[in-house]
Design a protein around this ligand. Structure first.
Ligand code: NDP
Ligand code: 8X3
Length: 257
């Protein structure tokens, strides 16, 4: 693998307890990438560590990306063996609610901006210095089709993902002088816990999101992320949109109901 100067690269994955982050941790582990897996649900992190330690070295960091001080303390606390981070997967995030703008909840808006935008920035701010020092590294930001197209009732979630798109471009420009690769993958509909969170445990509504067509599976996205980080070091996949075949745009999905 030509990603890094390390013999076995180390990847830091936020939101590894579920969905895209979990699938990415699994494919990375199967390919002997050392892992720092992050999330708030410690029990899931413990179980994942147990499973993946058969393939690679795994370290757990339990923190809420919204909590600035905890983010910096957690990353500063990494043992020597895991402190040289080659790959950062900025994945933690969710939609909270799906409401017309005038009916949106302030708590939902704050959650999306605090997690999807500010949390991503805190984690990046803590990890970039190490990459800058060694003049190498690879940051992958998980955006969304919601960061490319605004759809009805997507308002603030879309704003958070448009911000991720802008941050991805800004990082790529500003980190260019250090030889750090920065790229985004922007998925359409992926069957994860995303809709359970968006609809606050309304499983009927969440399940309906993925009915009548074949949505992307988290492994489909993880596979592409693994492809991105295993390109030769002169190749940077800067911005990629991945959709289920049944989906043509944010609002056009060919469903058989
Ligand atoms: P999941 O709900 O399955 O996973 C979300 C992950 O983010 C969990 O591991 C969760 O961990 C973590 N997370 C959420 N909030 C926080 C927080 N405050 N602090 C730390 N970690 C947090 O959803 P997906 O896998 O689908 O989502 C992953 C990313 O993909 C998100 O950025 C999402 O916006 C994006 N995306 C998803 C799409 C989809 O259709 N599913 C499509 C396009 C983009 P824990 O709860 O343990 O903290
Ligand atoms: C998740 C995909 O279409 O629900 O980012 O916004 S969508």
């Amino acid at each position: 693998m030509s990603t890094t100067i390390n013999e076995k690269p180390t990847a830091f994955i936020t939101g590894a307890t579920s969905g895209i982050g979990l699938a990415t941790a699994k494919i990375f582990a199967a390919n002997k990438i050392n892992l720092i897996i992050c999330g708030r649900r410690k029990k899931r992190l413990d179980e994942l560590k147990k499973e993946l330690s058969r393939h690679t070295k795994v370290f757990i960091l339990e923190f809420d990306v919204r909590d600035k001080n905890t983010v910096f303390e957690a990353i500063a606390s990494l043992p020597e063996e895991f402190s040289n981070i080659d790959i950062l997967i900025n994945n933690a995030g969710n939609a909270h609610g799906l409401d017309s703008i005038e009916e949106g909840s302030l708590d939902d808006w704050e959650a999306m901006l605090d997690i999807n935008v500010k949390g991503l920035l805190y984690v990046s701010k803590a990890i970039m210095p190490g990459m800058i020092k060694k003049k190498s590294g690879h940051i992958i930001n998980i955006g969304s089709i919601a960061g490319k197209e605004v759809y009805p009732m997507g308002n603030v979630y879309c704003a958070s993902k448009y911000a991720v798109d802008a941050i991805n471009q800004g990082m790529r420009i500003d980190l260019n002088k250090y030889g750090i690769r920065v790229g985004a993958i922007n998925p359409g509909l992926v069957e994860t816990e995303f809709s359970k969170v968006r609809f606050k445990g309304d499983d009927g509504r969440a399940d309906a999101t993925y009915k009548g067509y074949k949505p992307l599976q988290p492994e489909d996205v993880a596979d592409v992320i693994h492809f991105m980080v295993t390109r030769p070091s002169h190749v940077n996949i800067a911005d990629l949109l991945i959709l289920p075949t049944a989906q043509a745009s944010a609002t056009i999905v060919n469903k058989e109901l």
